[in-house]
Design a protein around this ligand. Structure first.
Ligand code: FES
Length: 180
């Protein structure tokens, strides 16, 4: 009389390396490799997402573009106006003292400012500036920088983004070499 096999005994052949056995034990070496690969992939995704978020919060730190820009005829800027110049990334203020140009980029992390009431507001972290670029509230520690203005012989206004000047408006200097 032969012995009967118990219910727990299996007749299946042993699983090849790397395969799960019927009892559910994976190959430990393969599992470790998969975990490491998964962590690297997740870490890469996290870095990409983090870079995207940083880019959103920090869209632009520099003025970019050429250093000297034409802003158009001086006569286009009427007294009492504050004009947004998106191509130059500037605001141009014309008040009783004259003209002045200052950056439209927040001095916290560089977001583009928007007009808000009498001043400017930053959509990124809620900073507020007055109409002359002074910080009223929020994280920025520095006022908006102002840049030198010149007017050429044709009455065209130019800004030099390499030359920061004291905040405030004045009559623009005659551009070097400008006729008349
Ligand atoms: Fe942070 Fe403007 S970028 S308050």
């Amino acid at each position: 009389m032969g012995k009967k096999k118990s219910a727990s005994q299996s007749t299946a052949p042993p699983a090849p390396p790397g395969e799960r056995t019927p009892a559910g034990d994976p190959d430990p070496g393969r599992r470790s490799l998969l975990h490491t690969g998964g962590r690297i992939a997740l870490g890469g995704c996290g870095l990409l997402l983090g870079a995207g978020a940083l880019r959103t919060a920090w869209p632009d730190l520099g003025q970019g573009g050429p250093a000297r820009l034409s802003l158009g005829p001086r006569s286009d800027f009427h007294r009492g106006s504050l004009t947004y110049l998106p191509a130059a990334r500037l605001f141009l203020l014309h008040d009783a003292e004259g003209l002045g140009a200052f950056s439209s980029r927040c001095t916290h992390l560089g977001c583009a400012l928007r007009r808000s009431g009498e001043g400017l507001a930053c959509p990124c972290h809620g900073a507020r500036f007055d109409a002359k670029g002074r910080v009223l509230s929020g994280p920025p520690r520095r006022p908006l920088p102002w840049f030198a203005l010149e007017v050429d012989g044709e009455g065209v206004l130019w800004v030099d983004l390499r030359r920061e000047v004291a905040a405030g408006t004045s009559e623009p200097a005659l551009a070097e070499g400008a006729a008349g």
